[in-house]
Design a protein around this ligand. Structure first.
Ligand code: ADP
Ligand code: MG
Length: 230
């Protein structure tokens, strides 16, 4: 892929939800288009309820637009069926959510191993890689803890390790520090910014933190369903 190529592109994305009274639909995204350049760090900001998560879910193939297209390179992912999408996400995308979304029944090591096990790697190899990632994020000593036995900062470190497990080309992070104190927030963000250097990944990050937005290459704002550059 050439340097100026786009990993991810949204074209004319519309998404609305039925409102409570069944009257006018709630138009969350109106004809949103964007291109995420390979190797960039893009931040999306916007007030609560402005449609940031909706957009991230659509771009990551977790949700479908009402109309419009999502491309990954030259693949049109908005037309894939759910099985194709699940495989595609597992192979290409690392998600980090605000509420970690770790599986409660499994240990940290098992949670991090999961994406690789799903894609067919052996238990031995996946455990080995998972442990290396836990070490990298400073939580290897918590490998046998379940999510409820981890602090918020530790849960997000484990989530970052899981997101990197299958060597994704892009990390989609939805307010990953939304529930953390200041010290954990800056650690997790430093780690996110390190990913580009160490792992050659592209990062798309939703955030409320002004300081983070300033460290990003590109800052986009969602307002009234429309996306603009800041
Ligand atoms: P943000 O992440 O910016 O806080 P969201 O993308 O989660 O905002 O939500 C945007 C708007 O869409 C909100 O008003 C929310 O209530 C509404 N919304 C989100 N998901 C649904 C849904 N499944 N059904 C109905 N309304 C929804
Ligand atoms: Mg949100």
């Amino acid at each position: 892929m050439a340097d100026n190529e786009f990993v991810l592109k949204g074209e004319g994305i519309n998404k609305s939800y039925k409102s409570e009274q069944g009257e006018a639909r709630l138009e969350v995204l109106k004809n949103v288009s964007l291109e995420i350049k390979k190797g960039s760090i893009t931040a999306i900001v916007g007030s609560s309820g402005s449609g940031k998560s909706t957009l991230l879910h659509i771009l990551g193939g977790l949700d479908k637009p009402d109309s419009g297209a999502v491309y990954w390179g030259d693949q049109l992912i908005s037309s894939m069926n759910s099985d194709q999408l699940a495989d595609f996400r597992n192979e290409n995308i690392g998600f980090v959510f605000q509420f970690h979304h770790l599986l409660p029944e499994f240990t940290a090591l098992e949670n991090v191993s999961m994406p690789a096990l799903i894609s067919g790697m052996s238990i031995e190899d996946s455990s080995k890689r998972a442990l290396q990632l836990l070490e990298r994020f400073g939580v290897a000593d918590r490998r046998n803890h379940r999510p409820t036995q981890l602090s918020g900062g530790e849960q997000q470190r484990v989530s970052m390790a899981r997101a990197l497990m299958n060597k994704p080309s892009i990390i989609l992070a939805d307010e990953p520090t939304g529930n953390l104190d200041d010290s954990n927030t800056s650690t997790i963000l430093d780690m996110l910014f390190e990913l580009r250097k160490q792992d050659d990944v592209t990062v798309l990050l939703i955030t409320h933190e002004k300081a983070i937005a300033q460290r990003s290459d590109i800052v986009l704002e969602i307002k009234n369903g429309e996306l603009s550059s800041l």
